[in-house]
Design a protein around this ligand. Structure first.
Ligand code: RI2
Length: 309
């Protein structure tokens, strides 16, 4: 039971599936497979399985509100359905999943379209880590005929920046690869910074890969606009009701394998970048100020405020 969900959760934990957008898609696809692997005979039993699936996926990585919002929404469609027969309820899971995936893809397209317009010819753009939203935006800009170059950080400890660098080279964009601590050294050559997001809080702060807030700080110092490209559904409704976004701390051996026994090695995966350092959030509703995030959520995804657990 829940074989696909368990497999997917393990891949997410081990970061074989990486990036909030890809994590959410993988979770949705795993939920979609539940009907094929389930022995549930009643709606109650199916909802119990979905609840277990939710728990398995939610505990795979802590800082993944897009995945949580996706899974919660699909389950809510089953809960609210008037259908009682399993076959029909399975169809609800399938159509809700497909609808959510379509929405994610449409958002990604809109973000790329609007973000591309912000790129002026001959710009130097710095990015950090690997965000599929950012690389898609940059691909769109290249297709739109914009000429620009990229500086990307290696992103210690597990080097997601290498993936970004390879993708940029594949689309023919001049790419410079730097160690994370060289960001300030190069910032005076940068026209704008674009990073992704793992979570957005109700105050308009953004949670992203560790190292992001330092880049935001030095971008502000150098007067280089700092943009975050993200779907609004990375908003975590729990932050609205007082909770802090949890920051995942990963295994120390990612930082130093076989480190000296008494050494304390810390490995937070993410950190908060305060809204004051964010020039704009490039999302499916447009390029908005982080201050207006809750209004945008009310306009576009009101249902999110009912989904807390
Ligand atoms: P997309 C990544 O985290 C990075 O922090 C990146 O900015 C963010 O997910 C969003 O990525 P990790 O999974 O959703 O590498 O834009 O820890 O693909």
């Amino acid at each position: 039971m829940l074989r696909s969900v368990k497999n997917t959760a393990e891949k997410i934990r081990q970061m074989q599936i990486q990036g909030a957008h890809n994590v959410a898609i993988a979770a949705i696809e795993a939920i979609e497979k539940i009907p094929n692997e389930s022995s549930a005979a009643t709606k109650k039993e199916l909802l119990e399985e979905l609840s277990q699936a939710k728990h398995i996926l939610f505990t795979s990585r802590e800082t993944e509100p897009l995945m949580r919002n996706s899974v919660r929404w699909i389950i809510s469609q089953v809960e609210q359905s008037k259908e009682t027969k399993i076959r029909q309820l399975n169809c609800v899971i399938s159509s809700a999943s497909q609808q959510f995936l379509k929405n994610l893809q449409e958002s990604k397209e809109k973000i790329a379209e609007m973000g591309s317009k912000r790129i002026r010819d001959n710009s130097v753009i710095l990015t950090h880590c690997h965000s599929s939203t950012v690389t898609y935006l940059l691909e769109k800009a290249a297709q739109d005929g914009k000429s620009f170059e990229i500086i990307c950080t290696e992103t210690r400890p597990i080097f997601q920046g290498r993936r970004t660098a390879k993708e940029m080279l594949d689309i023919g964009v001049k790419t410079t690869f730097i160690v994370d601590s060289a960001a300030r050294f190069f910032m005076n050559q940068v026209d704008l910074v674009i990073v992704g997001a793992d979570a957005i809080t109700s105050e308009g702060n953004v949670v992203n890969k560790i190292g992001t807030s330092t880049i935001a700080l030095i971008a502000t110092e150098a007067r280089a606009p700092f943009y975050v490209a993200t779907e609004l559904l990375k908003f975590d409704p729990a932050t609205m009701y007082g909770d802090y976004e949890k920051i995942e701390e990963r295994a120390p051996d990612e930082v130093w394998e076989n480190a000296p026994p008494k050494l304390v090695v810390r490995n937070p995966a993410f950190e908060v970048t305060r809204r004051d350092f964010i020039h704009g959030i490039i999302c499916e509703e447009g390029i908005i100020s982080p201050h207006s995030i809750t209004e945008a959520m009310h306009r576009k995804y009101l249902w999110i405020f009912d989904q807390k657990s």
